[in-house]
Design a protein. Structure first.
Length: 132
């Protein structure tokens, strides 16, 4: 299963370009993805477009995934189309920020499709949850 997810991720990276969120300057947890949302040339963009995040942190707790829009006046909403990605009851969106905790009840790696709604416009990036 892990090999299939990695192959899918590599193919997606080749098609649209991606990067691991790695150690983000706003957090000490390298497993906590931070995704920036902005509009460029009239289209909504997520940076990174394909995100790789872990399901559990170093203490075996759910990982918080955070999105933030560029401007404080932006209205941001995130909705997941797939189950097994995030715990939908942990959704927190206010103004230009949204977050979810990963779903710990799902076992295995998961490629997750979700929608970004920014100021009533929509984009469909991808999140890959690693079960490590």
């Amino acid at each position: 299963m892990r090999v299939r997810v990695l192959i899918v991720l590599l193919v997606l990276c080749a098609m649209v370009g991606c990067r691991s969120t790695g150690m983000h300057p706003m957090t000490n947890d390298p497993k906590a993805p931070k995704i920036k949302v902005f509009k460029k040339y009239g289209k909504i963009k997520a940076d990174p477009h394909v995100t790789l995040g872990n399901r559990r942190d170093s203490s075996n707790n759910a990982v918080k995934i955070e999105w933030s829009a560029k401007y404080s006046t932006d209205e941001l909403d995130i909705t997941f189309r797939d189950s097994g990605c995030v715990n939908k009851t942990t959704k927190s969106c206010s103004g230009n920020k949204c977050s979810y905790l990963t779903d710990l009840t799902y076992q295995g790696d998961k490629v997750c499709k979700y929608n970004i709604i920014l100021n009533r416009e929509e984009e469909d990036p991808i999140l890959v949850i690693d079960d490590n």
